[in-house]
Design a protein around this ligand. Structure first.
Ligand code: AMP
Length: 309
């Protein structure tokens, strides 16, 4: 299996949605990403937790094949995020962000992690993302994500990082905010001029738009009539997307990007069915294949597209 290194938050989240709430539940960008990507590739997490991080979460991730040798534990509290979703369950409203142990985190990669073929710089301080990238030995795919919190607090560090990235994931609001544009296509073009040849803009229930060179590819979301908690939808999309790219040999050609987008869409749809990581913990590759077949059938697309995955 190909290997993907992910650096990002490992969190205890408290989330309220119209469907209920969860308190101090497992979350974090690196966690959602890993639980999705592990279906396709070997995933190693680089991050930090405090002494309060429950051992059962470590166990659950290890049992699912996620390599936690780069997850440090230090004195202090685990990163915490408190968020809320309104009735339409679109963008999250951040109520509180407690960086805690991430405030002073300095990643130090071991020799095997430095050689990973792909790296996903998941949502965390752009200086930590850059620090991880600095230590890597020529990865063939560098992808990155972020959040309003970092767009507002460290826009210059983020832009500097984007110059070194092949694939950038953002939601519509983030892309517009980062570029000071009201138009989605202008935002995608400007971001691609800063560096990433592939810009993936997620639009929630309206699907996703990919700018890859001069191509613009648009996909609908998997139709979900009921969902409980959209937290981590972006990260599980990225996990399915990157995992699929690596399972296909790491090519970034158009068919590979289409397959990756479909699997990203499917993994995100599982994630939002339950609070925290509960649904992703149970999802299997077979579940993903079955839902994908259903999705393609609804879209009227031939399954031959997937043969290379
Ligand atoms: P998503 O819904 O995919 O954008 O990601 C949600 C996850 O991001 C949650 O589990 C949070 O713990 C995590 N998160 C929220 N804010 C931040 C932040 N400022 N930096 C890093 N991770 C964050």
């Amino acid at each position: 299996m190909s290997s993907i290194l992910v650096v990002g938050s490992v969190a205890l989240d408290s989330v309220k949605t119209p469907e209920g709430e969860s308190k101090n539940a497992l979350g974090g960008s690196a966690v959602y990403f890993s639980l999705a990507a592990r279906l396709f590739a070997q995933v190693s997490v680089v991050g930090v937790v405090g002494r309060d991080f429950p051992t059962e979460h470590r166990r659950m991730l290890s049992e699912r094949g996620v390599d936690l040798s780069g997850l440090k534990e230090t004195s202090g509290k685990t990163f915490r995020w408190v968020g809320q979703f309104g009735r339409d369950l679109s963008d999250a409203k951040t109520l509180e962000t407690h960086l805690n142990v991430f405030r002073t985190f300095k990643p130090a990669l071991g020799p095997a992690h430095r050689k990973s073929r792909a790296v996903f710089l998941a949502n965390i301080d752009p200086d930590i993302q850059a620090d991880v990238l600095d230590q890597m030995e020529n990865p063939s795919i560098v992808a990155c994500d972020t959040m309003n919190f970092w767009i507002n607090s460290k826009p210059e560090a983020l832009k500097k990082l984007l110059a070194r990235v092949h694939i950038f994931f953002a939601n519509e609001e983030e892309a517009k905010k980062l570029t000071h544009q009201a138009n989605l296509f202008c935002a995608a073009r400007i971001i691609s001029e800063w560096g990433p040849s592939i810009v993936v803009i997620k639009k929630g229930e309206h699907g996703v738009v990919l700018k890859a060179g001069h191509r613009l590819l648009a996909f609908p979301a998997f139709p979900m009539e009921s969902l409980k908690d959209p937290t981590g939808a972006g990260d599980s999309f990225a996990g399915g997307f990157m995992g699929c790219l690596m399972a296909g040999g790491g090519s970034l050609d158009e068919d590979a990007l289409k397959r990756a987008t479909l699997y990203g869409t499917i993994l995100a749809s599982f994630n939002i069915e339950e609070f925290s990581t509960r649904r992703l913990e149970r999802v299997s590759r077979k579940d993903a294949e079955e839902r994908l077949a259903d999705f393609l059938d609804r879209l009227g697309v031939q399954t031959a597209l997937l043969d290379a995955a």
